[in-house]
Design a protein around this ligand. Structure first.
Ligand code: CP
Length: 329
């Protein structure tokens, strides 16, 4: 990965770029962090996700609510699911989609990220779906650009569209969000998915158990009040959802454990799956390290909703794109 992809937020904009005159409407909507969403908005996105899931399953005509809109996928970090499910979602709603690849862009001639994004603004982009390795870069763009910003994964900070699709998957499965316990197991400290999910589950009244190697878990004083630390064995017996996360070796060098030991202690194996209650399910945002956090043969176990999450990602991202432009509160 080239150096400019790892630039910190402080150096992404020069001083005069920070002070450039803003023309954006104050009513423009963004999705950058779960804490910016009310429970009503979250419920409305869940309902819209269900609406789109039914339309697509029944092969009914899809409302082209973005027919005159341009959506740009601006990914400065690798992605398969998020990037392409936003593309499918946008195209299904009638939008035109631009897929930006930094590796083949003028960033390689030294153009700054700010000038790159201002270019897309002036090309007439309506929605920018942005992933970046810096925790706060995407959030900082809300006051600098005149188009809707969607956080498609920001460093270790947040991945709100993943959380909304996870919540939608849980709601579709259990037909409720009350009296549920979700265990999140793995590299919690490095995971933007864990952070967004903990915030979202807290808002929706879902209890969270956290499992994993001690060095990859937040210290007790930093735990949200809907969270408790547990062993995976105890959590498996009482959880409606076991959600596993990838160990993100690219974000730290702090953790060393053999693959076999990791799966025995913190992964999904036959012992753990046999402890799970009858109607409980397994989730993972993917990509999955098969054999590490989940044994290869359990990735497609009847309890697994891993590929269902990917399908639901399209419906949820249709709902998110629709919400950005709908006039309802
Ligand atoms: N879950 C997720 O964000 O996957 P990608 O990195 O492939 O987008």
């Amino acid at each position: 990965m080239t150096h400019w992809l790892k630039t910190t937020a402080q150096t992404l904009f020069s001083k005069n770029q920070h002070s450039s005159k803003l023309t954006r409407s104050s009513s423009i909507r963004h999705l950058t962090a779960i804490n910016n969403l009310t429970v009503d908005i979250i419920n409305s996105i869940l309902e819209k996700s269900h609406f789109y899931s039914q339309i697509i399953k029944n092969k009914e005509p899809i409302p082209k609510v973005l027919s005159d809109k341009v959506v740009a996928n601006l990914f400065f970090e690798d992605s398969t699911r998020t990037k392409f499910s936003f593309e499918v979602a946008a195209k299904r709603l009638g939008a035109s989609v631009l897929n930006f690849s930094p590796e083949t862009s003028s960033v390689n001639k030294g153009e700054s990220l700010y000038d790159t994004l201002k270019t897309f603004e002036n090309l007439g982009v309506d929605i920018g779906v942005i992933r970046h390795s810096d925790d706060h870069f995407v959030e900082s763009l809300k006051t600098k650009l005149n188009f809707c910003i969607v956080n498609a994964g920001a460093g270790k900070f947040e991945h709100p569209s993943q959380s909304l699709l996870d919540l939608f998957t849980i709601k579709e499965e259990f037909k409720k969000l009350t009296d549920l316990t979700v265990t999140i197991c793995g590299d919690i400290n490095s995971s933007r998915v864990a952070k967004s999910n903990i915030s979202l589950f807290k808002k929706m009244g879902i209890k969270v158990l956290l499992c994993g190697p001690e060095s990859l878990l937040p210290p007790p004083q930093k735990l949200e009040d809907n969270c408790q630390v547990s062993t995976l064995k105890e959590a498996a017996k009482v959880s409606d959802v076991l959600m596993f996360l990838r160990v993100q070796h690219e974000r730290h060098q702090a953790f060393e454990l053999s693959i076999e030991n990791y799966n025995n202690e913190f992964g999904l194996n036959h012992n753990i799956i046999n402890l799970m209650p009858t109607n409980s399910i397994v989730m993972h945002p993917a990509p999955v390290n098969r054999g590490v956090e989940i044994l290869d043969e359990l990735v497609e176990h009847p309890k697994s909703r891993i590929f269902k999450q990917m399908e639901n990602g399209v419906y949820t991202r249709m709902a998110i794109l629709d919400w950005l432009y709908c006039n309802e509160e």
